[in-house]
Design a protein. Structure first.
Length: 254
């Protein structure tokens, strides 16, 4: 699905989000910087109850109660958002994510890239947008969350040059990125039963044996001939958000 935003719509959405954030600044509870359960508390103790009682998701931007997730504006980066499940899930290593019928948060996160585009004030091509989850070693919160933001310029350039070499099975990424090695696979959709991003990741034997060591990035892709989809980029013991750009340089390019 290609998301298109007119300049007026993007500006209107940006104003709406800014209003949410002003309210969020007042509504946030005081927690320590080293509190690894801060995200859970914000969503569980503030966003969900506020939505239930007052029909406002503050300090979140949105709460989708039936789908079981909230969208929260991260404190770092103008266009950086988080999808946080309303169920208690530790992170990428939580076994509940790969059981049959588990919620698929990736599609909802991808649809929320419209917020990224609103914040930068322009429509972006799908290969400029990304989702990321860090490994247990790299994350700072013990509640599952998907980072939603622009892709790093280096990854975008590498995918544009070498994406044709990425196939339907996991294989080494054609080049190193910032001196690091990755594995990659392409997917036509994030919603295929039995082949969601978490399930595709679990097809790797070493990942299945130790999901806590995994990081995963999803980047929008245009495969040509009108076919679109996604690239999934995997690394062990890494931070998936390293392949995102908190400054969203692509939004400043022609």
């Amino acid at each position: 699905m290609k998301i298109l935003l007119s300049d007026s719509l993007a500006g209107h959405m940006k104003l709406q989000i800014a209003a949410f954030l002003l309210g969020a600044a007042a509504a946030n509870v005081a927690v320590g910087a080293d509190d690894r359960h801060e995200l859970w508390r914000i969503v569980h103790e503030q966003c969900v109850p506020h939505m239930e009682r007052f029909m406002t998701p503050l300090p979140c931007v949105a709460v989708a109660q039936s789908a079981g997730y909230a969208i929260l504006k991260d404190r770092t980066g103008e266009s950086h958002f988080l999808l946080v499940p309303t169920a208690r899930l530790s992170g990428i290593d939580d076994p509940a994510l790969t059981v049959q019928g588990a919620p698929n948060y990736w599609q909802a996160a991808w649809e929320s890239t419209r917020l990224v585009q609103a914040m930068v004030g322009r429509a972006l091509p799908r290969d400029a947008l990304s989702l990321a989850i860090n490994s247990a070693q790299q994350r700072t919160q013990d509640q599952l969350h998907i980072h939603i933001d622009c892709v790093s310029p280096s990854l975008r350039a590498a995918l544009r040059e070498h994406g044709h070499a990425i196939g339907d099975a996991w294989a080494p990424f054609p080049v190193q990125l910032e001196g690091k090695s990755y594995r990659a696979i392409r997917a036509r959709t994030l919603m295929q039963p039995g082949a969601t991003p978490f399930e595709l990741l679990a097809r790797l034997a070493d990942a299945r044996a130790d999901m806590a060591a995994e990081s995963l990035v999803v980047v929008g892709a245009d495969f040509g001939d009108g076919e679109t989809g996604f690239y999934l980029i995997e690394a062990r013991a890494g931070g998936g958000e390293e392949l995102q750009d908190r400054g969203c340089a692509v939004a400043k390019s022609p």
